[in-house]
Design a protein around this ligand. Structure first.
Ligand code: F6P
Length: 556
């Protein structure tokens, strides 16, 4: 299957359907209800509103829904053609319509014995051929068989990439640090702010440093600029052009451009145009992660993703984790008018997860036309943000608890810690940590009434300040432990949440034309900023004035 996968369902105005109208009416009934009452009148809801998939448990009972809500949302998903869309994506139809491309990140984690023929080629064989080459290279670096130009073993791997070629690798490296070799550090350079490269390299020894230049297109200004300076830094120390072959490898879809940079094909790990940048961590873009945790752990990570893919493809929509979570996001974004969605991992190892999810969700669903180019009639992609608990509790949770805005949130927690340390009294430290997660979701949902507060002999003038309105929705996602497999499941979960929402909104979740425009403009402005560049005459008055001021400040 290789053609466009446009269907009537995809391009219908979803807000004009009777399923949407039913949800508008249902929202009018639900909006005045409080979670306190919803729990009081339905004692079985905690159990009924808990779903499992692979190792993940999703408790969605603390949402402003009744048992009818999910059926109505699922009816909307059927109206949007979700089951057919899932199959279309996973079998290689060109669901990225504006770029006429298949979207096959799920193929990157198919087991070796699977077969998926797309556009006449078995992509599984191609995927595993690259994985095998990556594994050989990763083992060589880890064992010391791959040495630098002077014969010394590699001590630091620096991944140079940006967007999907950075956020996934750095997030997963941080998340799985407990599985990584500690005598082989990975660092990540992304920003074209010269500070990023300078600070990353300042204490490194060129003889023991390996660069992975990660760029799908191999045209990205930030990455090529940083890579060029990194090469100059290396050559300034080692003096021999031949050193590049021992200290630079590339990950890209464009062999010719990689060769143009001076890295030959033997040192290149490829992937394909059907892997979107923000969906590419499980392609060769994950090479730094594989070097860090080893091929076997990387295989566990892929198997975790595949397990969640299977769940997504086979579980009925009412019991399907990404479908439930995706539809709840639609419920708040479109019927309650919630602008944002918080991700609150109770794991310090997941401190880069919110940044990773920002690209995944916002670059995917931050669109205002449907796949057929017609303007959408509903709000689309929410603003995703977050920080690990408990740090966030001492920063922005005040607004979550008592502010005027509705912020649905995902709380992520793990039963087993990576480090068993004693806490206060009899509790271990991980129990203290998890007690905070459970306490926050309960406080958000149920709040505290003025009566409860007054009953504690609170001075009358303070009662209003202490009232916790409650009725603030959250999901709790629990897993046994943050292993490579569980991280894989979590990432696949959020990829599919994004897909479910994009399908309801009818947008192409796999292009990013808005980002492209910024790149073109920046390139146009580069010469204008420089010493002998043209005066910024044809620019708007504000930008022209700012550039003149900048030039003056730099003495130009
Ligand atoms: O930020 C826009 C974007 O195109 C992302 O989608 C992509 O992940 C990133 O740039 C980097 O692109 P590349 O991997 O081609 O360097």
């Amino acid at each position: 299957m290789s053609s466009h996968s446009s269907s009537a369902a995809e391009h219908a105005d979803i807000t004009a359907t009777r399923e949407w109208s039913a949800l508008v009416a249902h929202h009018r009934e639900i909006a005045p209800l409080h979670l306190r009452d919803l729990f009081a009148t339905d004692p079985g809801r905690a159990e009924a509103m808990t779903a499992t998939g692979a190792d993940l448990v999703l408790d969605y009972s603390k949402h402003r829904i009744t048992r009818d809500t999910l059926s109505l949302l699922v009816a909307l998903a059927h109206r949007a053609g979700l089951p057919a869309r899932i199959e279309a994506m996973c079998t290689g139809a060109h669901v990225n319509t504006s770029e006429d491309r298949a979207v096959l990140h799920t193929a990157l984690r198919l087991p070796r014995d699977a077969r998926l023929v797309v556009d006449g080629r078995d992509v599984v064989a191609d995927v595993h051929a690259v994985l095998d080459r990556m594994a050989g290279f990763a083992e060589a670096v880890r064992s010391g068989a791959w040495t630098g130009h002077t014969g010394e073993r590699i001590r630091t791997v620096v991944n140079i990439g940006i967007g999907g070629s950075d956020l996934g690798p750095v997030m997963a490296y941080e998340a799985l640090k407990d599985y990584a070799r500690r005598d082989l550090e990975c660092r990540f350079v992304s920003n074209i702010d010269p500070t990023d490269l300078a600070e990353t390299l300042r204490d490194l020894d060129p003889a023991t440093t390996l660069f992975i230049v990660a760029s799908k297109t191999f045209t990205t200004l930030e990455t090529l600029t940083n890579a060029g300076h990194a090469r100059a830094w290396l050559l300034a120390a080692l003096g021999d052009q031949a050193a590049v072959t021992r200290h630079f490898v590339a990950v890209s879809t464009d062999a010719e451009k990689v060769r143009g940079f001076g890295i030959d094909e033997a040192a290149m790990f490829g992937f394909w145009d059907w892997v979107g940048g923000r969906y590419s961590l499980d392609s060769a873009i994950g090479l730094s992660l594989m070097v860090a945790i080893g091929p076997a752990r990387f295989a566990e990570f892929l198997a975790g993703m595949h397990a969640l893919d299977q769940h997504f493809r086979t579980a009925r929509l009412e019991a399907n984790l990404p479908v439930i979570a995706g539809l709840l996001g639609v419920w708040y974004a479109n019927f309650f008018g919630a602008e944002t969605h918080a991700v609150l991992p109770y794991s310090q190892y997941l401190h880069r997860l919110p940044a990773y999810l920002q690209q995944l969700t916002m670059e995917s669903n931050g669109k205002s036309v449907r796949g057929d180019g017609v303007p959408v009639k509903s709000a689309t992609g929410q603003i995703w943000w977050g920080e690990p608990g408990t740090n966030g509790q001492h920063a922005f949770y005040q607004l979550l608890h008592q502010g005027t805005r509705l912020v649905p949130a995902d709380f992520l927690g793990f039963a087993e810690p990576h480090h068993a340390l004693p806490g206060e009294g009899a509790a271990d430290m991980h129990d203290l940590f998890m007690a905070n997660l459970f306490a926050q979701t309960a406080a958000l949902a149920f709040g505290r009434t003025a009566e409860e507060i007054a009953a504690e002999a609170t001075p009358a003038a303070l009662v209003a300040h202490k009232v916790m309105p409650g009725n603030r929705p959250s999901s709790t996602i629990l897993a046994p432990k943050l292993t490579p497999a569980v991280l894989g499941q979590l990432i696949a979960f959020y990829e599919h949440v994004t897909f479910v929402q994009g399908t309801i909104w009818g947008v192409d979740s796999f292009d990013q034309w808005g980002v492209e425009r910024g790149k073109v403009l920046a390139n146009r402005l580069v010469p204008v900023l420089s010493q002998n560049g043209p005066d910024p005459e044809d620019l708007d008055a504000s930008t022209a004035a700012l550039i003149r001021r900048y030039r003056a400040l730099r003495g130009r």
